[in-house]
Design a protein around this ligand. Sequence first.
Ligand code: SF4
Ligand code: SF4
Ligand code: FES
Length: 256
Amino acid sequence: MAILETESAVRKLTIKIKRYNPERDNAPHWEEFQVEADPLDRVLDVVQNVKWYQDETLALRRSCAHGVCGSDAMRINGVNGLACKILVKNVPSDTITLEPILGLPVIKDLIVDMKPFFDHYKSVMPFLVNDDPAPTTERLQSPSERARFDDTTKCILCACCTTACPPFWGDRKYVGPAAIVNAHRFIFDSRDKGAAERLEILNDAEGVWRCRTVFNCTTACPRDIQVTQAISEVKRALITGEVNYEAAPEVGHGIA
Ligand code: SF4
Ligand code: SF4
Ligand code: FES
């Protein structure tokens, strides 16, 4: 079968990696490696091949290798993605360029300093706020109320969205789409009581109003979260002063 033959054909790839070692280099530079890869290999397999068999000094993060931990975000042929989720057969070119994600300080090679990213994440109170006395059973929620924020529960904090966002590249104080997604996850949770406080934090020139609705974030998200829509819903809550706790958008409750 022609398709199977194509799928099993080993590909000879040139892997161009942006290297930077602060102990040795004044500036980043490109290095090339030749690798043979199976079409069903992932880009992570290819870059690990380089590290394990050609240059053990290559620095990258990875952990789960299954698109869950979010640690191997990188720019792959100029587009943010998780190296463990992209198959070699889906990369059309025989040259694969790998760079660190943009907008965060590079520590070494493909490793960036995630602290500014997590500082923005922490700034939006990404946890349930409810000081009411704990009920004897769980805090009840209807299926529709649970569905309201289901999409934003899927975030794995990989930073693909924030580091694909042009306003974030230009202004590192911008809280960024990932932080807004994680604020959304709690703002629209009917069990939470911290929506007004979170919305106040995001009602700022460095909050949701820095977003220019370019949609790069949604395209970059490896979890297919509707990031720009989540940002728009937070903007709408700020404009109307209401948070809709049901999946159907017409139903609203005051936020004060
Ligand atoms: S939609 Fe907003 S947050 Fe997303 S990339 Fe564009 S400007 Fe950035
Ligand atoms: S919203 Fe998507 S791209 Fe952004 S940090 Fe979460 S999982 Fe990654
Ligand atoms: S290694 Fe965990 S998401 Fe890729």
